[in-house]
Design a protein around this ligand. Structure first.
Ligand SMILES: NC(=O)c1ccc[n+]([C@@H]2O[C@H](COP(=O)([O-])OP(=O)(O)OC[C@H]3O[C@@H](n4cnc5c(N)ncnc54)[C@H](OP(=O)(O)O)[C@@H]3O)[C@@H](O)[C@H]2O)c1
Length: 293
């Protein structure tokens, strides 16, 4: 199977490398071409244009946001105009529900297949093929992509035939993670101001009622106040809360907690947090308490 891979950022670089390791012929494209060099050394072909990454059976996009995906898919040199009939576009970025619906319709009109397969897991999980993949699309198309998903992740859950369902589930999951980050930030600001050690507190939580990985991994970052280097950058976290709220607005679902989180991300970005990890919103409750280290 010949695979095109578009988007070699924090997540995509490790994912493309895993496809190479699994024996696939991979053609990589990135807007900033220097990011293709390391992959070329591992055996990938480097494409100078998006179109040249769309000649195979499958093209995967792992791009920052809706604007990046629109940029790469639509237009004369884009995925839509260059993918052959019957080939599959697998969109693994976290994008909005409306764009996913638009992509599904556009690919269907071009007799191409579209699978949405957003992922849970940070760059370390991407590099070690430990992602959780949430897939949705026509059953045959998802089945054809399963060997690729097996090379990229530890588990794939197929949720629906309508691709946008996977995107909505991914967004709802990131909303939940952001809510955990905010809640941990508030709780740790409270106990730290009293003089309780954050790590001791976290150990207590994560060895009793709060044993889930999300409390352990984000709890550690927050206890250490370690927000650089960004594994998942704050502007992308802001993007996901905005996309959650956009879907909620379309469906007429009030989400007051998501609205609060949107303002938290805005405050973080307004205070120069562009390059920090998204978990840095947990710094804001400590600042509000006059407790910033
Ligand atoms: N990081 C995480 O922990 C994580 C976890 C799960 C899901 N995700 C999702 O995975 C996707 C990628 O995340 P990431 O952390 O890998 O992001 P990233 O490191 O910022 O990489 C973004 C990629 O998108 C490209 N790009 C951005 N704007 C573009 C445009 N207008 N046209 C063409 N290419 C463009 C970048 O190209 P350049 O190199 O030229 O800038 C880069 O290849 C996002 O949707 C994110 O929400 C991330």
């Amino acid at each position: 199977m010949q695979v095109g891979f578009i988007g070699l950022g924090r997540m995509g670089a490790g994912m493309a490398a895993n496809l190479l390791r699994a024996g696939y012929q991979v053609t990589v494209y990135n807007r900033s071409p220097e990011k293709t060099h390391a992959l070329a050394q591992q055996g990938a072909s480097a494409a100078a244009r998006v179109a040249d990454a769309c000649r195979g059976d499958v093209v995967i996009t792992m791009l920052a946001d809706d604007a990046a995906v629109e940029n790469v898919v639509f237009g004369d040199d884009g995925v839509l105009a260059n993918l052959r009939r019957g080939a599959v576009h697998v969109s693994m970025s976290t994008i909005g529900v409306a764009l996913s619906e638009r992509l599904a319709a556009a690919h269907a009109s071009a007799a191409q297949r579209f699978v949405a397969a957003p992922v849970f897991g940070r760059p370390e999980a991407a590099a070690t093929a430990q992602l959780f993949i949430v897939a949705a699309g026509a059953p045959g198309a998802v089945a054809d992509c399963q060997p690729l998903f097996d090379a990229l992740g530890q588990r794939t859950v197929t949720v629906a035939e309508r691709p946008a369902a996977a995107n909505l589930i991914k967004l709802s999951g990131n909303f939940l993670i952001a809510a955990v980050i905010e809640a941990l930030g508030e709780a740790m600001a409270l106990i730290a101001k009293f003089g309780i050690d954050r790590h001791q507190y976290l150990d207590l939580l994560t060895s009793t009622l709060f044993t889930a990985p999300v409390y352990k991994s984000y709890g550690r970052l927050i206890a250490e106040q370690k927000f650089t280097p960004a594994g998942f950058a704050a502007p992308l976290g802001h993007k996901d809360v905005r996309l959650t709220l956009a879907a909620a607005e379309d469906l007429r679902v009030p989400m007051p907690l998501a609205s609060l989180l949107r303002d938290r991300f805005l405050a973080l970005l307004a205070q120069g947090g562009e390059t920090l990890d998204w978990s840095a919103i947990a710094r804001l409750p400590a600042q509000d308490a006059g407790e910033v280290r």
